[in-house]
Design a protein around this ligand. Structure first.
Ligand SMILES: [Zn+2]
Length: 716
C-alpha cells in the first residue's frame, strides 16, 4: 500500500542532512503580514530559551505561543553559526571529534524549535503559523547555504575524509564521515567560485519555478469540478457521497446543488458509483487535463524549464543526468537498477491489467452497454465486479475495528514482538486536548521514549497521516537522549452514540504510522545525523501492515465494539480473497508514473522536448493500454518536484523489502521473538547510521528477493 501523503520522519535537511532541520516549505510570493505583530515576549519568558521544566523535558506546549518561534529560531541560527565559526576557528588540526562530531552536535536549539514548529504547522496550524512559515523559509535557507558553501569548514571536512583509511573508524563513524563529506560535495563544495555563483542562480530560479509548478497544479485543481443540479444525475451515488458533494457546493455558494472536484476524495467515489457515464468522463477529464489546457496555468513549459535547469545543475556537479545524481545515495544506486526493477514488475502487472480490462468489457457487453471500456469507466466496473465477486461491505467490517481496539492491537503486537509496555501519561503538556501521550518502556523497563498520538481530523490539521517527532535520539555524555515521536492521523471521528470505527484502510494506515514511530523510538544512534536512503524509509512502516489482517493477529484485537465477538472467519476469508482484486490496475497505473519520472530524469537535454508527445512515446513504448492512464501525468506530477525526483519508485522498492522481511516471520512464526530482535537490532535501531543494504543483509542473511512482493500483488 502506498501512502504518498505520508510524511517521512525527520525529513532530510535542505542540503546537509547533518543540520537536522525539518523540510522547510518554500516561501510564497507576495507580502505577508508579519507574525511578529503583537507583543514579543522577552527572552527570559521564551520557553524555548531555557531548560524545559516538564516531565522528561518534553516541549512545554502549555507555555509556547506564536510570538516565541521567531526569536527562538533567530537565536538558534545565531548559536548554530557561532558553533560553526568555532569549528572553523579551532587552531588544532581537524579531527573526527573536533570537526565531524562537532558539526553533528551543532544546531541543537534550532533543530528542536524547528521540530516543534513544523510539526504544529501540519497538526495545529493557523494563518499566523503559515505566515510565519513564509517568513522563516528564507532565513533558514540562507543559513543553510552559509554552512553548505563555507569553504573553510569544508576544507576541514575534506582533510579528515582524505585520511579516512588511517583513522581507525568503526562502521557508524565511517558512515557519518562519508555522508557528511558527500553532503557538502553534492551541495557544490568542490566547485570554483564562478560555478558556485551559477549554482546559486540555478537554485534560486529552480525553486521559484518549482513553486510555480505546484501553484499551477493547486489553481487547476481548485478550478476543476463539475456542478450537478438535477437529482437524476446523482444516480448510483451513496448517500454519504451525495451529502459531501452538497457540502462542497454550499461552501462554494451553490446551495442546493452538488459539486464534485478534482480532489481524490471527491472524484474517486464519483467514478466508482455514478452510473452517468458522460459525467464520469467529464470529471475524470478535468482531473487528468490539469496543467495541460494551454491557459495561463499550463505547466508544460514550466516543467521543461525545470528539467533543463536540473540537467545543468547536475552536469555542473559532475553527473551525466539528474537521475544519476538522485540515485547515488539510495539503495538502488543507479538508474539502470531502477529501470530493470520496474520492468520486472511491469510485464506481469500489464498482463494482469489486460485480463482485468477484458473482464470489465465482458460485463459491459453482458449489460448490452454497446461501448468500449474507457479510462473513466474503470472504477465503476471494478466496484461492480468487486461487489459481485466478494460480497464485501465496508459497513459490515467497521464494527470490528474500533479505534481503541486497533490501538490496543498495535500495542499488543509491539509487546509480543519486543516486550514493549505503553503507559499513558496525563500530565505531559500537549498542543491539543485530543492528543494522547504514552511512555514507551523497553522489555527491561528502560524508558525508550515518548509517543504522542493525535487521531482525529480538525479544522487546523492537514489531511493524511504521518509520523514525525519533536526530538530525535542521540547520545550526550554517554547517555541516550530519549526521542519524542508522534503518530498523527485523520481517522473516522466518533459521533454521539458511536465510537470511532475504522475502515480497513484506516486500520492499515494506523499500523503503518505506528511502524514509523517504532523506528524513531528504537533508533539507537550515537550521533544526531540520520542518512536513511529514501528508498528504505518505508520498510519499518509498511512491514507493520502485514500483521493487520493475519487471522492470528485479528483474534487479538478485531472484536465487535458492541458484542465483543471476534471477527468471524468467513468475513476474514472474504477480505483475504479480495486482496488481489484489481491489483493489475493498481500496479500498472503506479508503475507508469514511475517510468515517467525515471525517463524525465534520465534525459540529457529536455530543451526540445514536446511534453505531450514525450509522454505518449514512453507509454506506447511500454505498451500501456488506453484504458489506463498513469496515476500522475507530467503536468500535475508534483512529487517529482517536491522530494521524489527520480524517486517515485521508492514506495515499490520499500515494498520489496517489507514483503521479503515479513517472510522471515512467516518462515518462523508471526510473533517470533528472535526474528523480531534481529529486525530491531539490524534495521529499526540502525537504519540511517550504516549502509542500508548491509543492514538488511545482516537481518536476512542475503539481499532481498522480489518474489514475495509479486506474490502479494498476485503477479507471480
Ligand atoms: Zn510511511
Amino acid at each position: 500500500m502506498n501512502k504518498a501523503n505520508t510524511r517521512l520522519r525527520f525529513a532530510p535537511a535542505l542540503l546537509l542532512v547533518s543540520l537536522c532541520l525539518p523540510l522547510v516549505p518554500s516561501a510564497r510570493d507576495g507580502a505577508v503580514p508579519s507574525a511578529r505583530d503583537g507583543a514579543v515576549p522577552s527572552a527570559q519568558d521564551n520557553p524555548f530559551l531555557s531548560p524545559y521544566k516538564t516531565p522528561f523535558a518534553t516541549p512545554p506546549f502549555d507555555r509556547i505561543q506564536i510570538g516565541h518561534y521567531l526569536p527562538a529560531v533567530q537565536e538558534g541560527i545565531r548559536r548554530h553559526q557561532a558553533e560553526i565559526d568555532a569549528i572553523v576557528a579551532n587552531p588544532k588540526a581537524p579531527t573526527f571529534e573536533n570537526t565531524i562530531v562537532a558539526l553533528d552536535m551543532s544546531g541543537q536549539l534550532l533543530g528542536e524549535v524547528n521540530a516543534v514548529f513544523y510539526s504544529l504547522l501540519s497538526a495545529a496550524t493557523s494563518q499566523p503559523m503559515q505566515d510565519l512559515a513564509n517568513e522563516l523559509a528564507p532565513l533558514l535557507s540562507t543559513h543553510n547555504d552559509n554552512i553548505a558553501l563555507n569553504g573553510r569548514l569544508f576544507a576541514r571536512v575534506q582533510a579528515i575524509y582524505d585520511r579516512r583509511a588511517k583513522l581507525k573508524l568503526d562502521a557508524v563513524q565511517r558512515y557519518l564521515l562519508e555522508n557528511t563529506y558527500r553532503g557538502f560535495v553534492r551541495s557544490g563544495a568542490l566547485l570554483d567560485e564562478k560555478q558556485k555563483d551559477r549554482l546559486r542562480e540555478i537554485n534560486k530560479e529552480h525553486s521559484l519555478l518549482a513553486l510555480k509548478f505546484s501553484d499551477n497544479v493547486l489553481a487547476e485543481t481548485n478550478s476543476s469540478f463539475i456542478v450537478i443540479d438535477s437529482k437524476d444525475d446523482l444516480a448510483g451515488l451513496p448517500a454519504g457521497v451525495v451529502a459531501e458533494a452538497a457540502e462542497t457546493a454550499k461552501a462554494m455558494n451553490m446551495d442546493g446543488k452538488w459539486v464534485f472536484t478534482a480532489q481524490k476524495t471527491s472524484w474517486i467515489p464519483f467514478l466508482q458509483y455514478s452510473s452517468k457515464r458522460s459525467l464520469r468522463e467529464a470529471l475524470y477529464t478535468r482531473w487528468f487535463m490539469r496543467g495541460d489546457r494551454d491557459n495561463d496555468k499550463d505547466n508544460k513549459a514550466v516543467l521543461q524549464k525545470l528539467m533543463v535547469l536540473r540537467e545543468e545543475r547536475y552536469r555542473l556537479l559532475g553527473y551525466k543526468t539528474p537521475a544519476d545524481f538522485y540515485l547515488e545515495p539510495r539503495m538502488a544506486k543507479t538508474p539502470a537498477t531502477v529501470n530493470e526493477f520496474l520492468m520486472r514488475l511491469w510485464k506481469p502487472a500489464l498482463e494482469q491489467a489486460k485480463a482485468e480490462a477484458a473482464g470489465m468489457q465482458k460485463l459491459i457487453d453482458e449489460e448490452k452497454g454497446g461501448f468500449q471500456l474507457q479510462s473513466w469507466d474503470w472504477w465503476y466496473y471494478a466496484e461492480k465486479l468487486r461487489k459481485a465477486k466478494y460480497d464485501l461491505d465496508d459497513s459490515a467490517l467497521r464494527p470490528y475495528f474500533k479505534l481503541e481496539n486497533v490501538q490496543q492491537g498495535m500495542f499488543t503486537l509491539a509487546e509480543k514482538l519486543w516486550g514493549l509496555k505503553f503507559v499513558e501519561r496525563k500530565d505531559i503538556p500537549v498542543y491539543d486536548p485530543e492528543v494522547r501521550v504514552a511512555e514507551v518502556h523497553d522489555a527491561d523497563g528502560t524508558l525508550l521514549g515518548i509517543l504522542y498520538m493525535d487521531f482525529f481530523p480538525r479544522d487546523n490539521k492537514q489531511g493524511g497521516a504521518w509520523s514525525g517527532g519533536f526530538r530525535g535520539t542521540f547520545y550526550k555524555d554517554g547517555k541516550r537522549v530519549i526521542p519524542f515521536a508522534t503518530l498523527v492521523g485523520n481517522f473516522t471521528k466518533p459521533t454521539p452514540g458511536t465510537p470511532s470505527l475504522l475502515s480497513i484502510d484506516e486500520a492499515l494506515t494506523s499500523f503503518h504510522e505506528f511502524g514509523h514511530a517504532l523506528n524513531t523510538l528504537f533508533t539507537d544512534s550515537r550521533y544526531r545525523s540520520n542518512f536513511a536512503p529514501q528508498d528504505s524509509v518505508e520498510l519499518p512502516s509498511q512491514i507493520m501492515e502485514h500483521w493487520v489482517l493475519e487471522p492470528e493477529m485479528l483474534k487479538l484485537y478485531a472484536r465487535h465494539y458492541q458484542t465483543g465477538e471476534v471477527i468471524p472467519a468467513a468475513l476474514v476469508e472474504k477480505l483475504r480473497n479480495s486482496s488481489l482484486f484489481n491489483q493489475g490496475f493498481e500496479t500498472v497505473e503506479f508503475l507508469a508514473s514511475c517510468f515517467l519520472d525515471m525517463t524525465w530524469h534520465q534525459l540529457e537535454s529536455a530543451l526540445n522536448v514536446n511534453v505531450t508527445r514525450f509522454e505518449k512515446k514512453i507509454m506506447d513504448g511500454l505498451g500501456l493500454i488506453p484504458e489506463i492512464l498513469p496515476r500522475w501525468s507530467s503536468t500535475y506530477f508534483t512529487h517529482i518536484h517536491g522530494g521524489y525526483e527520480a524517486g517515485y519508485y521508492s514506495y515499490m522498492w520499500s515494498e520489496v523489502l517489507d514483503c521479503d522481511a515479513f517472510e522471515a516471520f512467516k518462515e518462523t512464526s508471526l510473533f517470533d521473538r528472535k526474528t523480531a530482535a534481529s529486525f530491531r537490532r539490524n534495521i529499526l535501531a540502525k537504519l540511517g547510521t550504516e549502509d542500508a543494504m548491509t543492514l538488511y543483509k545482516r537481518f536476512r542473511g542475503r539481499e532481498p528477493k522480489v518474489e514475495p512482493l509479486l506474490k502479494k500483488r498476485g503477479l507471480l
